[in-house]
Design a protein around this ligand. Sequence first.
Ligand code: TA6
Length: 290
Amino acid sequence: MNQSLSIPGRVSVKTGKGGLSYIELRYNGAEAHVYLQGAHVLHYQPAEQAPVLWHSQKSNFETNRPIRGGIPVCWPWFGAHPSDTTLPAHGLARLVEWEPIASDSTPITTTVTLRYPNSEKIRASAELIVILTDDSLTVTLTTTNISTEPMPLTEALHAYFAVSDIHNISVHGLEGQPYIDTLPAVRPLRTQTGPITFTKETDRIYIDTPRECAIHDPGMNRRILVGKENSLSTVVWNPWIAKAARMPDYGDNEYPEMVCVETANCGPNALRLTPGQTHALTTRIRVVAL
Ligand code: TA6
Protein backbone atom coordinates (compact mmCIF):
# COMPACT_ATOMS: atom_id res chain seq x y z
CA MET A 1 0.00 0.00 0.00
CA ASN A 2 1.52 3.34 -0.84
CA GLN A 3 2.30 5.42 2.18
CA SER A 4 0.05 8.24 0.92
CA LEU A 5 -2.86 6.21 2.28
CA SER A 6 -1.35 6.23 5.76
CA ILE A 7 -2.91 8.63 8.25
CA PRO A 8 -0.85 9.05 11.42
CA GLY A 9 -2.56 7.46 14.40
CA ARG A 10 -5.49 6.25 12.28
CA VAL A 11 -4.36 4.25 9.23
CA SER A 12 -1.07 2.40 8.82
CA VAL A 13 0.24 -0.52 6.82
CA LYS A 14 1.97 -3.32 8.72
CA THR A 15 3.42 -6.74 8.13
CA GLY A 16 1.37 -9.49 9.75
CA LYS A 17 1.05 -13.23 9.92
CA GLY A 18 2.90 -15.15 7.25
CA GLY A 19 4.55 -11.92 6.17
CA LEU A 20 1.28 -10.72 4.64
CA SER A 21 0.55 -6.99 4.64
CA TYR A 22 -2.40 -5.61 6.53
CA ILE A 23 -3.92 -2.22 7.15
CA GLU A 24 -4.40 -1.22 10.77
CA LEU A 25 -7.33 1.07 11.44
CA ARG A 26 -7.49 2.84 14.78
CA TYR A 27 -10.00 5.19 16.36
CA ASN A 28 -10.50 6.20 19.97
CA GLY A 29 -9.11 2.96 21.38
CA ALA A 30 -10.83 0.69 18.85
CA GLU A 31 -8.85 -1.13 16.18
CA ALA A 32 -9.30 -3.34 13.15
CA HIS A 33 -6.87 -5.19 10.88
CA VAL A 34 -7.61 -5.66 7.18
CA TYR A 35 -5.29 -8.03 5.30
CA LEU A 36 -4.75 -7.16 1.66
CA GLN A 37 -5.02 -10.89 0.91
CA GLY A 38 -8.71 -11.33 0.22
CA ALA A 39 -9.52 -7.85 1.62
CA HIS A 40 -9.81 -9.90 4.75
CA VAL A 41 -10.84 -8.25 8.01
CA LEU A 42 -9.02 -10.47 10.49
CA HIS A 43 -9.29 -8.50 13.72
CA TYR A 44 -11.76 -6.14 15.32
CA GLN A 45 -11.53 -4.98 18.92
CA PRO A 46 -13.46 -2.08 20.48
CA ALA A 47 -11.78 -0.26 23.37
CA GLU A 48 -11.96 -2.20 26.65
CA GLN A 49 -13.39 -5.27 24.92
CA ALA A 50 -11.97 -8.70 24.06
CA PRO A 51 -11.48 -9.31 20.32
CA VAL A 52 -14.81 -9.71 18.53
CA LEU A 53 -13.58 -11.77 15.57
CA TRP A 54 -12.00 -15.23 15.83
CA HIS A 55 -9.43 -16.97 13.68
CA SER A 56 -7.86 -20.40 13.88
CA GLN A 57 -4.38 -20.84 15.28
CA LYS A 58 -3.90 -23.28 12.39
CA SER A 59 -5.00 -20.89 9.66
CA ASN A 60 -2.90 -20.52 6.56
CA PHE A 61 -1.53 -17.05 5.89
CA GLU A 62 -0.35 -17.41 2.29
CA THR A 63 -1.36 -15.83 -0.98
CA ASN A 64 -3.89 -17.88 -2.96
CA ARG A 65 -5.10 -19.65 0.19
CA PRO A 66 -8.11 -18.63 2.34
CA ILE A 67 -7.58 -17.37 5.86
CA ARG A 68 -9.60 -19.35 8.44
CA GLY A 69 -11.47 -16.81 10.50
CA GLY A 70 -12.12 -13.07 10.57
CA ILE A 71 -14.50 -12.03 7.76
CA PRO A 72 -13.78 -13.95 4.54
CA VAL A 73 -15.27 -12.28 1.47
CA CYS A 74 -17.23 -14.98 -0.36
CA TRP A 75 -17.67 -13.59 -3.89
CA PRO A 76 -18.89 -13.78 -6.62
CA TRP A 77 -20.40 -17.03 -5.45
CA PHE A 78 -21.19 -18.54 -2.04
CA GLY A 79 -20.48 -22.21 -1.38
CA ALA A 80 -19.76 -24.50 -4.31
CA HIS A 81 -19.70 -22.90 -7.78
CA PRO A 82 -23.11 -23.55 -9.34
CA SER A 83 -21.75 -25.33 -12.43
CA ASP A 84 -17.97 -25.79 -12.31
CA THR A 85 -16.73 -28.13 -9.56
CA THR A 86 -13.13 -27.29 -10.43
CA LEU A 87 -13.58 -23.79 -9.03
CA PRO A 88 -12.93 -23.08 -5.34
CA ALA A 89 -15.70 -22.93 -2.77
CA HIS A 90 -16.82 -19.43 -1.82
CA GLY A 91 -15.45 -17.77 -4.93
CA LEU A 92 -12.17 -16.15 -5.92
CA ALA A 93 -12.16 -12.90 -3.92
CA ARG A 94 -10.64 -14.32 -0.75
CA LEU A 95 -7.74 -15.90 -2.65
CA VAL A 96 -6.16 -12.80 -4.18
CA GLU A 97 -4.60 -9.58 -2.93
CA TRP A 98 -6.87 -6.57 -3.19
CA GLU A 99 -5.54 -3.05 -3.80
CA PRO A 100 -6.06 -0.42 -1.09
CA ILE A 101 -7.24 2.64 -3.01
CA ALA A 102 -8.42 5.13 -0.41
CA SER A 103 -8.32 5.96 3.28
CA ASP A 104 -10.09 8.59 5.33
CA SER A 105 -10.42 9.84 8.87
CA THR A 106 -13.13 12.05 10.34
CA PRO A 107 -13.85 13.09 13.92
CA ILE A 108 -15.85 9.86 14.34
CA THR A 109 -14.63 7.37 11.72
CA THR A 110 -11.55 5.76 10.19
CA THR A 111 -12.07 4.20 6.78
CA VAL A 112 -10.15 2.21 4.17
CA THR A 113 -11.35 1.12 0.73
CA LEU A 114 -9.89 -1.79 -1.23
CA ARG A 115 -10.53 -2.77 -4.86
CA TYR A 116 -10.70 -6.29 -6.28
CA PRO A 117 -8.01 -6.82 -8.93
CA ASN A 118 -9.98 -6.92 -12.17
CA SER A 119 -9.72 -10.13 -14.09
CA GLU A 120 -11.14 -11.46 -17.31
CA LYS A 121 -12.56 -14.39 -15.32
CA ILE A 122 -15.11 -12.17 -13.62
CA ARG A 123 -16.95 -9.49 -15.57
CA ALA A 124 -17.56 -7.43 -12.44
CA SER A 125 -15.75 -4.91 -10.32
CA ALA A 126 -15.82 -5.02 -6.53
CA GLU A 127 -14.73 -2.83 -3.66
CA LEU A 128 -14.66 -3.40 0.09
CA ILE A 129 -15.14 -0.45 2.42
CA VAL A 130 -14.23 -0.89 6.10
CA ILE A 131 -15.39 1.82 8.52
CA LEU A 132 -14.28 1.83 12.16
CA THR A 133 -15.99 3.96 14.80
CA ASP A 134 -15.56 3.88 18.54
CA ASP A 135 -18.38 1.33 18.91
CA SER A 136 -18.87 -0.38 15.53
CA LEU A 137 -17.24 -1.95 12.50
CA THR A 138 -19.07 -1.60 9.21
CA VAL A 139 -18.00 -3.63 6.17
CA THR A 140 -19.56 -3.05 2.75
CA LEU A 141 -18.93 -5.15 -0.35
CA THR A 142 -20.01 -3.41 -3.55
CA THR A 143 -20.36 -5.27 -6.83
CA THR A 144 -20.82 -3.66 -10.23
CA ASN A 145 -21.73 -5.71 -13.28
CA ILE A 146 -19.36 -4.30 -15.93
CA SER A 147 -20.47 -6.75 -18.61
CA THR A 148 -23.22 -6.42 -21.18
CA GLU A 149 -24.97 -9.50 -19.82
CA PRO A 150 -26.97 -10.13 -16.61
CA MET A 151 -24.65 -11.34 -13.81
CA PRO A 152 -25.67 -14.00 -11.28
CA LEU A 153 -24.31 -13.18 -7.82
CA THR A 154 -24.24 -14.97 -4.47
CA GLU A 155 -22.11 -13.52 -1.70
CA ALA A 156 -21.33 -13.49 1.99
CA LEU A 157 -19.35 -11.55 4.53
CA HIS A 158 -18.56 -14.82 6.28
CA ALA A 159 -17.84 -13.52 9.80
CA TYR A 160 -16.33 -15.76 12.49
CA PHE A 161 -17.16 -14.39 15.94
CA ALA A 162 -15.22 -15.10 19.15
CA VAL A 163 -17.39 -16.59 21.90
CA SER A 164 -16.66 -17.90 25.39
CA ASP A 165 -18.15 -21.37 24.74
CA ILE A 166 -20.41 -22.50 21.88
CA HIS A 167 -22.34 -24.65 24.39
CA ASN A 168 -23.41 -21.57 26.35
CA ILE A 169 -24.32 -18.99 23.71
CA SER A 170 -27.48 -18.35 21.72
CA VAL A 171 -28.26 -16.48 18.53
CA HIS A 172 -31.36 -14.27 18.54
CA GLY A 173 -33.22 -12.52 15.73
CA LEU A 174 -34.07 -15.46 13.52
CA GLU A 175 -36.97 -16.84 15.51
CA GLY A 176 -39.73 -18.08 13.19
CA GLN A 177 -37.54 -17.74 10.08
CA PRO A 178 -37.30 -20.47 7.44
CA TYR A 179 -33.87 -21.98 6.93
CA ILE A 180 -32.16 -24.51 4.70
CA ASP A 181 -30.47 -27.20 6.79
CA THR A 182 -27.45 -27.88 4.57
CA LEU A 183 -26.25 -30.97 6.44
CA PRO A 184 -28.69 -33.62 5.16
CA ALA A 185 -28.19 -34.41 1.46
CA VAL A 186 -31.72 -33.25 0.67
CA ARG A 187 -31.08 -29.87 2.34
CA PRO A 188 -34.55 -29.68 3.93
CA LEU A 189 -36.35 -26.40 4.60
CA ARG A 190 -37.12 -26.00 8.30
CA THR A 191 -38.42 -23.22 10.57
CA GLN A 192 -36.47 -21.77 13.48
CA THR A 193 -38.14 -22.19 16.86
CA GLY A 194 -36.82 -19.80 19.49
CA PRO A 195 -33.20 -18.62 19.70
CA ILE A 196 -30.52 -20.79 18.06
CA THR A 197 -28.49 -22.92 20.48
CA PHE A 198 -25.71 -25.36 19.60
CA THR A 199 -25.35 -29.04 20.51
CA LYS A 200 -23.91 -30.42 17.24
CA GLU A 201 -22.59 -29.39 13.80
CA THR A 202 -24.81 -26.56 12.63
CA ASP A 203 -24.85 -25.24 9.06
CA ARG A 204 -28.00 -23.30 8.19
CA ILE A 205 -28.96 -20.73 5.56
CA TYR A 206 -31.76 -18.57 6.97
CA ILE A 207 -33.64 -17.08 4.05
CA ASP A 208 -35.81 -14.02 3.38
CA THR A 209 -34.57 -12.19 6.46
CA PRO A 210 -33.15 -8.64 6.59
CA ARG A 211 -33.05 -8.73 10.39
CA GLU A 212 -30.23 -7.91 12.77
CA CYS A 213 -29.00 -10.87 14.82
CA ALA A 214 -27.57 -10.89 18.32
CA ILE A 215 -25.10 -13.41 19.72
CA HIS A 216 -25.80 -13.63 23.46
CA ASP A 217 -22.62 -14.65 25.30
CA PRO A 218 -23.06 -14.81 29.09
CA GLY A 219 -19.50 -16.09 29.51
CA MET A 220 -18.12 -12.83 28.10
CA ASN A 221 -21.02 -10.78 29.47
CA ARG A 222 -21.73 -9.34 26.04
CA ARG A 223 -23.96 -9.41 23.03
CA ILE A 224 -22.48 -9.13 19.55
CA LEU A 225 -24.98 -7.38 17.28
CA VAL A 226 -24.77 -8.30 13.60
CA GLY A 227 -26.75 -5.77 11.61
CA LYS A 228 -27.01 -5.74 7.82
CA GLU A 229 -28.22 -3.91 4.72
CA ASN A 230 -29.20 -5.39 1.34
CA SER A 231 -28.92 -8.94 2.64
CA LEU A 232 -31.76 -11.47 2.81
CA SER A 233 -29.74 -14.53 3.86
CA THR A 234 -28.06 -15.18 7.20
CA VAL A 235 -25.77 -18.21 7.45
CA VAL A 236 -25.14 -19.74 10.89
CA TRP A 237 -22.31 -22.26 11.19
CA ASN A 238 -20.29 -24.18 13.70
CA PRO A 239 -18.36 -27.25 12.46
CA TRP A 240 -18.42 -29.09 15.81
CA ILE A 241 -16.10 -32.04 16.44
CA ALA A 242 -16.04 -34.27 13.35
CA LYS A 243 -15.91 -31.52 10.73
CA ALA A 244 -13.32 -29.61 12.77
CA ALA A 245 -11.13 -32.72 12.68
CA ARG A 246 -11.48 -32.85 8.87
CA MET A 247 -10.27 -29.28 8.34
CA PRO A 248 -6.45 -29.01 8.33
CA ASP A 249 -6.58 -25.24 8.91
CA TYR A 250 -8.85 -25.54 11.94
CA GLY A 251 -7.76 -26.94 15.32
CA ASP A 252 -9.52 -30.06 16.58
CA ASN A 253 -10.40 -28.33 19.86
CA GLU A 254 -11.23 -24.88 18.53
CA TYR A 255 -14.92 -25.31 17.73
CA PRO A 256 -16.16 -24.11 21.18
CA GLU A 257 -14.45 -20.74 20.63
CA MET A 258 -16.40 -19.47 17.62
CA VAL A 259 -19.66 -19.13 15.77
CA CYS A 260 -20.26 -17.85 12.25
CA VAL A 261 -23.15 -15.46 11.66
CA GLU A 262 -22.78 -14.47 8.04
CA THR A 263 -24.38 -11.59 6.16
CA ALA A 264 -25.20 -13.05 2.77
CA ASN A 265 -27.35 -13.37 -0.31
CA CYS A 266 -27.43 -17.01 -1.36
CA GLY A 267 -29.76 -19.93 -2.02
CA PRO A 268 -33.21 -18.59 -2.97
CA ASN A 269 -31.92 -15.06 -2.22
CA ALA A 270 -29.37 -15.23 -5.04
CA LEU A 271 -29.09 -12.01 -7.03
CA ARG A 272 -28.95 -11.22 -10.73
CA LEU A 273 -27.39 -7.87 -11.58
CA THR A 274 -28.36 -6.18 -14.83
CA PRO A 275 -25.55 -4.70 -16.96
CA GLY A 276 -24.10 -1.70 -15.18
CA GLN A 277 -26.01 -2.37 -11.94
CA THR A 278 -24.25 -1.88 -8.61
CA HIS A 279 -25.22 -3.77 -5.43
CA ALA A 280 -23.87 -3.11 -1.92
CA LEU A 281 -23.89 -5.75 0.84
CA THR A 282 -23.25 -4.36 4.34
CA THR A 283 -22.67 -5.88 7.75
CA ARG A 284 -22.45 -3.71 10.86
CA ILE A 285 -20.93 -5.26 13.98
CA ARG A 286 -21.38 -3.81 17.49
CA VAL A 287 -20.76 -5.10 21.00
CA VAL A 288 -23.10 -4.24 23.87
CA ALA A 289 -23.37 -5.43 27.44
CA LEU A 290 -25.54 -8.53 27.93
O1 TA6 B 1 -20.79 -20.80 5.86
C1 TA6 B 1 -20.89 -22.16 6.09
C2 TA6 B 1 -20.02 -22.90 5.09
O2 TA6 B 1 -20.56 -22.85 3.80
C3 TA6 B 1 -19.87 -24.31 5.63
O3 TA6 B 1 -20.56 -25.23 4.84
C4 TA6 B 1 -18.35 -24.53 5.63
O4 TA6 B 1 -17.94 -25.09 4.43
C5 TA6 B 1 -17.86 -23.10 5.84
O5 TA6 B 1 -18.70 -22.32 5.01
C6 TA6 B 1 -16.39 -22.88 5.59
O6 TA6 B 1 -16.12 -23.00 4.23
P1 TA6 B 1 -14.55 -22.94 3.80
O7 TA6 B 1 -14.55 -23.06 2.31
O8 TA6 B 1 -14.01 -21.62 4.28
O9 TA6 B 1 -13.90 -24.08 4.54
